[in-house]
Ligand binder design. Structure first.
Ligand code: SF4
Length: 343
């Protein structure tokens, strides 16, 4: 039976392709998974897919990125449609749906132009708006600026695991598209997650343009980097560490955790490997430990609001004396090997 193909809010849900996938796989059970900000689309997507005569099961679990496939749901359905992220890994029964957004980015970008100080502007965005980058570049040219769209290179040639696949695309753990010679960076998209990561890791002023609210944000690296230095300094007096391992398959780094524990124990620091599925504040705050190291998503250290210091692996190495504190201050316009991932 044919599915109804309809525009879903301002996103392209690619129902025609999903319908073909269902038919090609003779699927009877279909799972759908969306990140938090897009879960509002779940009911309508499920209703549309159900018209194909399939049973639809929605993942209610957290979904932070393309690294975060609901493996349990994938195991009980014929196909899992993972929405909102560009594809990163080959899963036999997982299909990625990028949810390209049809909203007009022009009004937000025109507003953002008022806040840009430099002339060479690197344009970045998420996969939802990546098809609008040429239009954004045109707007910059018309305002007398020089737009730059950062190349991300071939899939997997610089970064392992999760990575951006389109020029100009950034994800929290892959900021290569922003690591170019420029004065400032324009980010087209919603929320603070990406512009904060760029400002802090690329050490540039970032102006964000939210196409939905038309709000403009300005992110400067200095305060963000100061915060990072402060938490590393606080962790230097820690006598116990919780080493956090994510049980999410795309973020599971047990060997890194074991190495960290070995290093800590050599220095007489008590350390414990703690496995968590959904790494949130409440999962950490009850432990009687002085500090934590996160071996999962590198952005968690900047987004969790926990009283005790929460470090990335690189920051932990500074505490152990293996790296210098000034490594936390990125050198502008550099794309050093191994520096492409935010950490
Ligand atoms: S590791 Fe973190 S930043 Fe990277 S894709 Fe996963 S959730 Fe996003």
């Amino acid at each position: 039976m044919a599915c109804t193909i309809m525009a879903m809010y301002e996103y392209d849900c690619e129902f025609e392709r999903l319908n073909e996938e269902i038919a090609r796989r003779s699927a009877k059970k279909v799972g759908i998974q969306l990140p938090a900000g897009m879960k509002r689309l779940a009911a309508e997507i499920a209703e549309n897919l159900s018209k194909c005569g399939v049973e639809v099961i929605i993942s209610g679990n957290s979904c932070y990125g393309a690294c975060d496939i609901d493996e349990n749901l994938a195991a009980v359905v014929d196909v899992l449609f993972h929405f909102g992220h560009s594809p990163v890994r080959t899963h036999l029964n997982v299909v990625f749906v990028e949810l390209r957004c049809t909203i007009d980015v022009k009004p937000a970008v025109e507003e953002a132009l008022k806040y840009l100080n430099g002339s060479r502007i690197c344009i970045t965005t998420t996969v939802q708006h990546v098809h609008t980058l040429n239009e954004v570049a045109e707007l910059l040219i018309r305002s007398g600026r020089h737009p730059i769209i950062g190349k991300v290179g071939k899939k997997g040639n610089e970064v392992g695991g999760v990575h951006a696949i389109y020029d100009g695309q950034v994800i929290g753990c892959d900021l290569r598209a922003a690591m170019v010679e420029c004065d400032e960076i324009l980010f087209v998209g919603s929320g603070d997650f990406h512009p904060t990561a760029i400002a802090m890791n690329v050490c540039k002023r970032v102006v964000s343009a939210d196409p939905f609210t038309r709000r403009v944000g300005v992110f400067t690296p200095e305060n963000l980097i100061k915060k990072r230095i402060l938490r590393v300094e606080r962790a230097m007096s820690a006598s116990s560490f919780g080493i956090i391992v994510s049980s999410k398959s795309g973020q599971f780094n047990m060997q890194i955790a074991r190495n960290i524990r070995e290093k800590a124990e050599k220095r007489g620091i008590r350390s414990f490997i703690i496995m968590i599925d959904d790494i949130r504040e409440e999962a950490l705050c009850n432990f009687d430990l002085d500090a934590f190291v996160i071996t999962a998503c590198p952005r968690l250290v900047d987004t969790l609001s926990v009283e005790k210091p929460v470090l990335s692996v690189r920051e932990f190495e500074i505490v152990m004396g293996e790296r210098k504190l000034d490594e936390l201050i990125p050198k502008p316009n550099t794309r050093a090997p191994g520096n492409a991932h935010a950490s």
